[in-house]
Design a protein around this ligand. Sequence first.
Ligand SMILES: [Mg+2]
Ligand SMILES: [Zn+2]
Length: 189
Amino acid sequence: MGYRPAVFLDRDGTINEQMGYVNHPSRFVLLPRTGEAIRLLNEKGFYVVIVSNQSGVARGYFPESLLDEINSLMHKKLAKAGAHIDAIYYCPHYPTGLIKKYTKKCDCRKPGIGLLKRATEDLPIDMSRSYVVGDTCSDLEMGQKAGLPSVLVRTGYGLGEIEYVLPRRRVKPTYVASDLLDAVHYILS
Ligand SMILES: [Mg+2]
Ligand SMILES: [Zn+2]
């Protein structure tokens, strides 16, 4: 079985516009150059795996079924660019939610590494050559916990995180990228 490295991608603010909660398909808008970035990873033999906190489910802002709808939309939009996602993992939980089923302290909400663990159970991933890319410190902290190099993008919450949050945190990005394509160029270099 061929083990391959993965790039674990955050969703909101990293591949699509940060709009707060994506509580409707109309709010899922791919960022420029996302298709090109993911296609490059596909071509270079990386698994492309999305790991995303979607606490809006626990908070009662939208049903878990919306996540499936958004996934189909994402697959469709990326396919137009010749790009594909290998797997998608969400944390729908929140410790103080409204919907009982999803209200709990879980180990999959980033910066927890539960979603990464699930991915490694499902796919033959070579973690020693894998990366995390995201727009917030919780993405970086997840990477740090898993021992993965982590790239912070300046899209989404990125600029604000760099200016106001990162200085107070112990975590440091391996690289700061202008966007996902820049991050991919770094990873492939
Ligand atoms: Mg994000
Ligand atoms: Zn969770």
